[in-house]
Design a protein around this ligand. Structure first.
Ligand code: FUC
Length: 805
């Protein structure tokens, strides 16, 4: 296609004029998408669309976050617990390889588990694409696509609207697309500048299990997925209503033929019968309601609902901003010279955008692909992996001021308690609930079909961290009452299942694994995964017990159980430093089978936990640093994102930034290669696309700007040299407050803390030339500080302003 010719010297002028990262938050391209990872993701937290901006033929992938094959099943292997004593006996004698043989035979789910990640037709199921919407332009052949002029395609994060426009034969055509937050339908407006020139064929399709119908005023596609037993599973439906201005539409051969229109508005409602047996009538109503509104009203309502979430946070990083480049090229330029501060700010806000678009209260948390999938068999079933991935998806929720979007994960966790109790009995003969490393919308809690990755049993314990963090960010006794039983019963499981290891008498999980990594057996050098008490398990359990104890004290409940946990917490293995100076991953100082393994699970205590901090446990923080050096700066997309957070927690801003540049490495190369990093549409690439890295990267940027996990607020704890001046508004801290900040040349200028709960907020005061002024609700206050920490008591609604002159 032809693009407008811009002289080279002009590009330089443009580039040097971009002195700030402020400006529209957008992704943009000057060509239609050539691969799915160049298409633009839209979603209202439940339903999504990814238009590719094609000219002769546009494909818009449609999604509904609830569309899963499979069904509830009993995957608990009833004979597993019978083998537990023997497995443990072998582990206690250091015969991990023999224990592993037995675990591999017995400590697996009943049935096919995840179907080796291909679970579309087994009971485990798979998150699937809903279908495609195709818009064909019969007047333009693919060969003519290249002759369009002024092609522009964009996703505005400020508005959650995608658009594309081009000039063909002298006529300008434009399209706009959004997934309405207000009306719960996808809206597409197609326009031609010249009256009567819109001629289009519009149709639905899906690779399998779809029936098509013509409605009096639109189209319908519906079907039913496999329940995993080759029986009737989940039902779904997409319905489209077309509203024309000028021209005519006729429906034939399962498509709508639009002739001579000035403008066409396509309204698409989608749904499934997941927890909603009568969903079809709801779809009809949504379409009726939306079609009674004008396009501008639909857009205004959408914008208002979306803005309530998105507009809570601003981030401005001064420096070069290369918004003048199309996003794919911007990534390539960043790989050459990573000075585009605006790209980091954009990536942060894109993380917030993606979370808003793929999670909403009352629905499901974002899965491995958020809510976007373009196939029936989504990689890894598009499920919820609980040994890092699903948790990473929600890391930005609290700090980036989207706490209500944490709730679907909290609800999912609650829903695992019932099935997890059965699993705890079947595998460990224990009380309480357990969930292993993966789950679905169907309440799967058993181990996976291969214990090397599927036997991790702290998945549920890790999920409990999220329930507690939501409380820490907004202390609310009613909410605490609601989640306490989930924490208590998870603690009950671990309290019952821990065993004493012989060397120190520490209480450890057995059998277990350090997620997906293996160690070399001393003597034989055989790679073995099965072990007792991997470091991550002990960290998760220590945190869980301590949160459960805190909750039980606040609620004045279960004193005896609380004492039981108190007596056990001190018997959990401490973190140990190995002979290389590294934080040990296992109880013994084993060598890793894969030294550069993508999981860095034993640093859970550094992030997302808070047991390792440079201030309080400096030796462990140093050991964590050695571990990170040894693991290296590469890895899958999400692994790089996690490392941004680790380095930020170690207060090394430049290293955190380096990892961010690795996360943003272009994943799609010129000769069809795909690797870990970031796709042209800024989707994180494992590869393939996996959304966790987007959320992990967003959280990592927040960790560089603001931390509160030690109970004391720290401003700019890990700011890289490149972000020497900037500002943010609306990030949240534990204790219940929003924080704004402005800084210049690495020095703080002013900060604001707005309390959302009554609390005493502690803040590290940086060493600056001048001491700060403090105003609360506009009134000057004396500054009391001890050991460089300022304490301010605020009531909900109060605002403290701190200024350095
Ligand atoms: C875990 C990771 C893989 C991948 C998969 C979805 O199993 O180890 O890298 O992210 O989840």
């Amino acid at each position: 296609m032809k693009t407008k010719f811009i002289p080279l010297f002009f590009i330089f002028i443009l580039a040097s004029c971009h002195g700030t990262s402020a400006g529209p938050l957008r992704l943009w391209f000057d060509t239609p998408a050539s691969v799915w990872e160049e298409t633009l993701p839209l979603g209202n937290g439940r339903i999504g669309a990814m238009p590719d901006g094609g000219i002769s033929r546009e494909t818009i992938v449609l999604n509904d976050i609830t569309l899963w094959s499979g069904s509830a099943q009993d995957a608990d292997n009833p004979s597993a617990a019978g083998y537990l004593p023997e497995i443990r006996r072998l582990l206690l004698r250091g015969k991990n390889d023999e224990a592993q043989d037995l675990v591999y035979k017995t400590f697996v789910c009943k049935g096919k588990g995840s179907g080796q990640g291909n679970g579309a037709n087994v009971p485990y199921g798979c998150f699937q694409m809903l279908g495609n919407l195709t818009i064909e332009n019969p007047e333009v052949t693919a060969a003519l696509d290249a002759s369009v002029l002024q092609y522009h395609r964009e996703l505005s994060l400020n508005e959650a609207v995608a658009s594309c426009s081009y000039v063909l034969n002298g006529i300008k055509y434009s399209r706009e697309y959004f997934s309405s937050f207000a009306d719960d339908v996808v809206v597409i407006r197609l326009q031609s500048e010249k009256k009567g020139r819109l001629n289009l064929n519009v149709s639905f399709d899906r690779p399998e299990r779809a029936g098509y119908k013509i409605l009096p005023d639109g189209l319908q596609m519906s079907g039913q997925l496999n329940d995993g037993h080759n029986g009737p599973g989940m039902r779904y439906e997409a319905r489209m209503k077309i509203v024309l201005s000028g021209g005519t539409v006729k429906y034939e051969n399962n498509r709508a033929v639009i002739i001579g229109a000035n403008e066409a508005i396509l309204l698409i409602a989608m749904g499934t019968d997941y927890r909603n047996p009568d969903f079809e009538s709801g779809l009809k109503e949504k379409l009726e309601k939306a079609s009674r509104k004008s396009y501008s009203q639909l857009k205004k309502d959408h914008f208002r609902s979306y803005g309530k979430l998105f507009d809570r946070v601003d981030l401005m990083l001064e420096g070069t901003g290369r918004d003048d480049l199309p996003t794919g090229k911007r990534l390539l330029a960043f790989a050459e010279q990573p000075t585009d501060a605006g790209l980091s700010a954009l990536y942060f806000q894109y993380g917030r955008y993606l979370l808003i678009s793929s999670s909403r209260e009352g629905c499901l948390p974002p899965n491995l692909q958020g809510l976007w999938a373009n196939t029936v068999q989504t990689p890894w079933n598009g499920d919820y992996h609980m040994n890092i991935n699903i948790q990473m998806n929600l890391w930005p929720a609290e700090v980036a001021n989207l706490p209500e979007l944490h709730k679907p994960l909290i609800e999912l966790t609650k829903s695992l308690v019932g099935p997890g109790m059965k699993t705890a009995k079947a595998f460990y003969n224990a009380d309480g609930w357990v969930a292993h490393m993966m789950t679905t919308i169907w309440g799967y809690t058993a181990p996976g079909e291969h214990p090397s990755w599927g036997a991790t049993n702290t998945g549920g314990g890790w999920m409990c961290q999220h329930l507690w963090e939501h409380y820490l960010f907004q202390p609310d006794p009613e909410y605490l009452k609601e989640i306490y039983p989930v924490l208590r019963e998870s603690s009950r499981f671990f309290s019952g299942m821990l065993i004493e290891e012989p060397e120190h008498g520490w209480l450890v999980t057995a059998p277990s694994t350090s997620p997906e990594n293996a160690f070399l057996m001393p003597g034989t050098g055989k790679a073995v995964a099965i072990c007792m008490g991997p470091t991550m398990d002990s960290q998760i359990i220590r945190e869980l017990f301590s949160n459960t104890i805190a909750a039980s004290k606040l609620l004045k409940a279960d004193t005896a159980f609380c004492r039981e946990l108190e007596s056990k917490i001190y018997k959990l293995p401490p973190e140990q430093i190995g002979r290389q100076g590294q934080l040990m991953e296992w109880l013994q100082d084993y060598d890793e089978a894969e030294p550069h393994h993508r999981h860095v699970s034993h640093l859970y205590g550094l992030h997302p936990g808070n047991q390792i901090t440079p201030g309080q446990t400096p030796a462990l923080a140093d050991a964590a640093r050695v571990t990170l050096e040894r693991r290296g700066d590469g890895g899958t997309g999400w692994s790089r994102a996690w490392k941004v957070n680790f380095w930020a927690r170690l207060k090394d801003g430049n290293r955190a930034y380096k990892l961010l540049t690795h996360l943003l490495e272009p994943s799609h190369g010129p000769v069809n290669y795909v690797k870990g990093g970031t796709s042209p549409n800024l989707f994180c690439s494992h590869p393939p696309f996996q959304i966790d890295g987007n959320f992990g990267g967003c959280s990592g940027i927040a960790e560089m700007l603001l931390q509160s996990h030690t109970g004391v607020i720290e401003l700019l704890p890990a700011i890289p040299g490149l972000w020497s001046s900037g500002s943010f508004r609306g990030l949240r801290v534990r204790g219940g407050a929003e924080v704004d900040l402005e800084w210049k040349d690495q020095l703080l200028c002013k900060a604001a803390i707005r309390a959302t709960a009554d609390n005493t907020f502690k803040l590290y005061l940086p060493k600056q030339a001048t001491s700060p002024d403090l105003k609360i609700n506009g009134k000057m206050q004396p500054v009391y500080q001890k050991d460089g920490i300022l304490s301010i008591y605020l009531r909900k609604g109060d605002e403290a302003r701190i200024g350095w002159n």
